[in-house]
Design a protein around this ligand. Sequence first.
Ligand code: BGP
Length: 485
Amino acid sequence: MSGFYKDFLWGGAIAASQADGAWNEGGKGIDTQDLRYFDAGWDWEKRQENRNINMTRERFLAALQTGETEHYPFRRGIDFYHHYKEDLALMEELGLKLFRTSINWARIYPNGDDETPNEEGIQFYTDLFTECHKRGMKVFATILHYNIPVNLVTKYGGWKNRKTIDFYVKYCKTLYERLGALVDYWLPFNEINCSRFNPWNGCCIIKDQEEHYEQTIFQCTHHQLLANALAVKAAHEILPGSMVGGMIARFTSYPATCRPEDVMQTILDENYKNYFYTDVMARGRYPAYAKRMLREMGVSIETEPGDEEILRDNTVDFLSFSYYMSMISSNDPNYEITSGNLLSGKKNPYLETSAWGWQIDPLGIRISLNEMYDRYQLPLFIAENGLGAVDILEGESVHDSYRIAYLREHVKQMAEALDDGVELLGYTMWGIIDIVSCGTIEMSKRYGVVYVDRGDAGEGTNRRYKKDSFEWYKRCIATGGLVID
Ligand code: BGP
């Protein structure tokens, strides 16, 4: 097996809303993730139920009226805003080559529609990205990882309003002009297909204000796909030669059986959940199957003259995806259901699940990489992959052999994919340092190789500790993926 290239980009990823904290400092405006409520007293069921729950008008207004952080963990994150230097020092010690994080739109344009950017916000990212380079890491910047300035929701209705595209493109241009020299890879949208599976995170729409929810979701999606294309266009104009990519949450699906119906269901699931989005971003047009998909949902998207050209002329330079698990497809409803990233699905009897019910499937990463590369022949990144688990701090460390096993098996399968001929540029392990979970908003669902002493209610010292997986990942990087046991 030939394995990883010498310059393979071993990395780690986080997102602003889950890590930064400092929600009302540095001139930042309030953003849509700052409004998500959590109660550390909730039991398991309640936490699961609250996972990816839709925003209601009542919750939205209540959140806007309070300045408390206890029930709003995204407001405090792990305080990466004030700790990034020490955190990046740990990343350097790991030997990381690439650091992925998101820029918080509300730090750059606090209200989204401001005339001029917030200089303190620009300075923060200038310092952060400069620090990454100083410590030997390239920067993979996500322009939007779910959270938009709340003012864009109250005043314009979020992504359902076409005007949001203009505000977004202005924001992108500011980033390219002011931070362009410091960013190596741009990602206009995190998991653009999330709009469908978590409409608050993805589209920033309030469910009980929508008459035809699906219609609104796909209108937002259309706006985001246009915005993605326009972000590519602006980057190529302002920063010639820049690399701008597309991203989805990859819902890899296998036929539950060899019944032709199950195979057909798999094709539909793959198309509707995954490829619809990457087809538009990489091929530059709505795929043929989209017509039927939208018709059957009773959705008709409003478009404007020129939209087709925007999509056609501004396709992405690379594709990326998050990969945590796989699922099975069948039109037979009698399957056990298990949880997963953003959505639940049918349970595969051959796979183990994580403590959160996500189906662990290392071979699926090789399958997904092969399928994506075969379909698009574009360079790829694994933008997220990791294991959410309950970790116990024992003395100064966490003995997370389960995480090492998860990472090791996925790394092995990435090496196989490279050997299959897939052009995989890099791997940014998710939640390289413990952060607030995006789905359940728990701090106790941890992914990191660095432990953060902070609990669900925000209690703890916020001190960082290296887990056993830290030493494992460090060795993995140092040996170019060869020493992986
Ligand atoms: C992805 C998101 C991340 C992230 C990850 C893990 O969908 O892009 O923000 O958090 O999933 O999910 P969770 O935090 O719910 O375990």
